[in-house]
Design a binder for this molecule. Structure first.
Ligand code: IPD
Length: 276
């Protein structure tokens, strides 16, 4: 079995280096462009950071492949193969970045044979480096992470996101899902504006669950393994196995909580990430 620790350490070091570009630009005026909706934003910094990360990795590992948010937005085909693949979101929380809301992350996952070997989520403004390697636990700034283990959904803080969709069906499903959860009831519902950092809150035990419909594989691939390695559970919102391409996810402290949320919420249709 190959040990991917060197790749993980490289991922951590380039995330840290690239964060200098993010933090410098964070305070400045940005040139903002729209992508799929009025709430799906991109800046020059997203594109610049993705290029920095990909060229650094390509120099060191010329045979490895990439799935990058901005490369896909620019027309590159999104295909997860068995080859070693880096799945990159250069700035998760671009809306936060544009508004200087202080939660933005660089998210890097690494897969081999379509299985995630490690994930790195660097929450740049907070200076929190979350990472996990398959079978080796999850950490933040070197300290081990543990999910809360909570089994009773009515005692949970649940994180979710409004997302970038603005059509009527998506919005009404999203808001009625929050209504249904509050009716269960849960202790609270939160949104930090970055799927990657949201999901890492489940790994810290600060939140007990997270669900989201409509995000993309680069938003959650790294944080999914961080949650799993912290002892949490990751599944599809329909209760089936986690599929990073399905654009639906529940991350939770326990199977009981994940199943309660799966029963409570409804999904709206969205194209799979790997659909042509
Ligand atoms: C977005 C963030 C946001 C989520 C959106 C994502 P981006 O990623 O994770 O929290 O609600 O669905 O697209 O565009 O900032 O990388």
């Amino acid at each position: 079995m190959t040990d991917w620790t060197d790749c993980l350490n490289f991922g951590i070091s380039i995330a840290k280096q690239a964060s200098e570009v993010v933090l410098l630009a964070f305070q400045q005026q940005k040139d903002v462009k729209l992508k799929s909706s009025p709430a799906d934003l991109v800046t020059e910094t997203d594109q610049q950071v993705e290029k920095i990360l990909i060229s650094a990795i390509r120099n060191k590992y010329p045979d490895h492949r990439f799935i990058g948010e901005e490369s896909v937005a620019a027309g590159e085909r999104l295909e997860l193969t068995d080859s070693p693949t880096w799945i990159i979101d250069p700035i998760d929380g671009t809306v936060n970045f544009v508004h200087r809301f202080p939660f933005v992350a660089i998210s890097i996952a690494f897969t081999v044979n379509k299985q995630t070997e490690f994930g790195v989520v660097y929450s740049c403004v907070e200076d929190k480096m979350f990472y996990a390697q398959r079978g080796k636990g999850a950490f933040v700034n070197g300290e081990p992470l543990y999910a809360s283990g909570q089994e009773d959904v009515s005692r949970c803080v649940v994180v979710t996101e409004i997302g970038a969709e603005r059509d009527d069906l998506s919005l009404s499903t999203m808001t009625s899902n929050i209504f249904r959860l509050l009716q269960l009831p849960v202790h609270g519902v939160r949104a930090m504006g970055t799927a990657a950092v949201d999901m890492c809150q489940v790994a810290t035990g600060g939140a007990d669950a997270y669900y989201h419909i409509g995000m993309h594989c680069w938003d959650i691939a790294a944080s999914a393994i961080i949650v799993q390695e912290a002892g949490g559970v990751v599944m599809d919102t329909d209760g089936s196995d986690f599929d990073m391409m399905s654009r639906r996810v529940i991350a939770a402290s326990s199977s009981a909580v994940a199943n309660s949320i799966a029963h409570a919420i409804q999904a709206f249709p969205c194209r799979r990430d790997d659909e042509d």
